[in-house]
Design a binder for this molecule. Structure first.
Ligand code: ASP
Ligand code: MG
Length: 401
């Protein structure tokens, strides 16, 4: 079995941790696995390097930043390879360049364009463990590029796709994907399996185990992913194609996203093109608008409500100043939360949303906004009800451990 194993920053955060990872790989190799390892920088290292650069400049050149930041992953890949060889496991370390990872030209947020798998396959054929520095590649001119924060996950999935690995294991400091945030309820359970689409919905809303781009790529390249802990031997969570999941739960998980704020525009001039102008202005300011509701006001004026990330409220205020003439008043509320239920089984079941609304009503929680998609129902409620809402929904959909 050919397996790509990716170890994140905390998993290789000290020399002791690197040693533990080396021993774990040794066991897997003795058990017959062929292994390509992808590593992150030691935890905190990338931020430390960014701090160094900022000592000299607020706007360091992206090309130099890539050269600087890529060094963090080179340290861990070479050290892990040295540790493996010291244990008698034949290993070789590769930078992104040596591993044949070619990207586009966008420094600090490059996209992988292709991977020449020959160097990795050759080393595997010689019986070696290949240890690849994550997060990096080279562009067409041979300059080092990096893939954006959290990009080692993406390196691992891309490498797994390029060498047709049977599995891509992502090792972190959590056991896998849970039905909801275990800090909210101790009844949260670890999921055995989840589909790519469910994972994408949960990841974009706070269940941050895996970088979203890497899940998208895994789906496209049909790479089976497992997230598990490097601190114990527990089985993790398999993230795979919907077809591989026989029993599709109606609701697989519940996410609570507090990075939300509600903007309400009252008394908006009811004329063609006004919504377009407002959302164009927000788009120009690069603000991510999520839920949108419009309703009839009175005297030919309408009310318009929408949500934006809480971190973007100030930008939204600035972008909306030009509309003061067309709008009676604008208010901002950042004491809200978005609660979402996610599950592929929803596609073939009715009554899923109404159960959510009934459950919240029984707890006396008022719903401020609603949005639905094929596999998700989201509501906006007051932030102070987060725990109550998540706990009552978790038991209503029979997810309690
Ligand atoms: N070291 C990089 C970062 O901190 C990449 C990664 O860890 O995935 O963003
Ligand atoms: Mg990460």
């Amino acid at each position: 079995m050919l397996v790509v194993k990716k170890f994140g920053g905390t998993s290789v955060g000290s020399l002791e941790r690197i040693e533990a990872v080396a021993k774990r790989i040794q066991k897997d190799v003795q058990g017959g696995e062929k292994v390509v390892v992808v590593v992150s920088a030691m935890s905190g290292e990338t931020n430390r390097l960014i701090g160094y650069a900022e000592h000299f400049s607020k706007l360091p050149s992206p090309k130099e930043m890539d050269m600087l930041l890529s060094s963090g992953e080179q340290v861990t890949s070479s050290l892990l390879s040295i540790a493996l060889n010291a244990l008698g496991v034949q290993a070789t370390a590769m930078t992104g360049r040596e591993a044949g990872i070619l990207t586009d030209n966008s420094h600090t947020k490059a996209r992988i364009e292709s991977i020449n798998n020959q160097p990795m396959l050759r080393a595997l054929h010689e019986g070696k463990v290949v240890v690849v520095a994550g997060f990096q590649g080279i562009n067409g001119s041979g300059d080092i590029t990096t893939l954006g924060r959290g990009g080692s996950d993406l390196s691992a999935v891309a490498v797994a796709g390029a060498i047709s690995a049977d599995l891509c294991e992502i090792y972190t400091d959590v056991d896998g994907v849970y039905t909801t945030d275990p800090r909210i309820t101790d009844k949260a359970k670890k999921l055995e399996k989840i589909s790519y689409d469910e994972m994408l919905e949960l990841a974009s809303m706070g269940a941050k185990v895996l970088q979203s781009r890497s899940v998208e790529m895994a789906k496209k390249m049909k790479v089976k992913l497992v997230t598990r802990s490097s601190f114990n031997d527990n089985e993790g969570t398999l993230i795979t194609d919907e077809e591989d999941i026989m029993e599709k739960p109606i609701v697989s998980g519940i996410a609570a996203d507090k990075n939300q704020a509600r903007v309400t525009l009252r008394g908006v001039a009811d004329k063609p093109g006004i919504a377009a102008e407002i959302f164009n202005a927000l788009a120009k300011a690069h603000i991510n608008v999520d839920m949108i509701v419009q309703n009839m006001g009175k005297d030919g004026r309408a009310n318009l409500g929408f949500t934006v990330p809480r971190t973007e409220v100030e930008q939204a205020k600035r972008a909306l100043t030009e509309f003061h003439g067309d709008v009676e008043n604008i208010d901002y509320d950042d004491t809200i939360v978005k609660i979402s239920i996610v599950g592929v089984g929803m596609k073939s079941h009715s009554g899923v949303a109404s159960k959510m609304f009934n459950t919240l009503a029984q707890s006396n929680i008022n719903i401020l906004m609603i949005a639905t998609s094929e596999i998700k129902v989201s509501v906006i409620i007051e932030e102070k009800y987060t725990e109550l809402a998540v706990r009552s929904l978790h038991s209503a959909y029979e997810l309690d451990a």
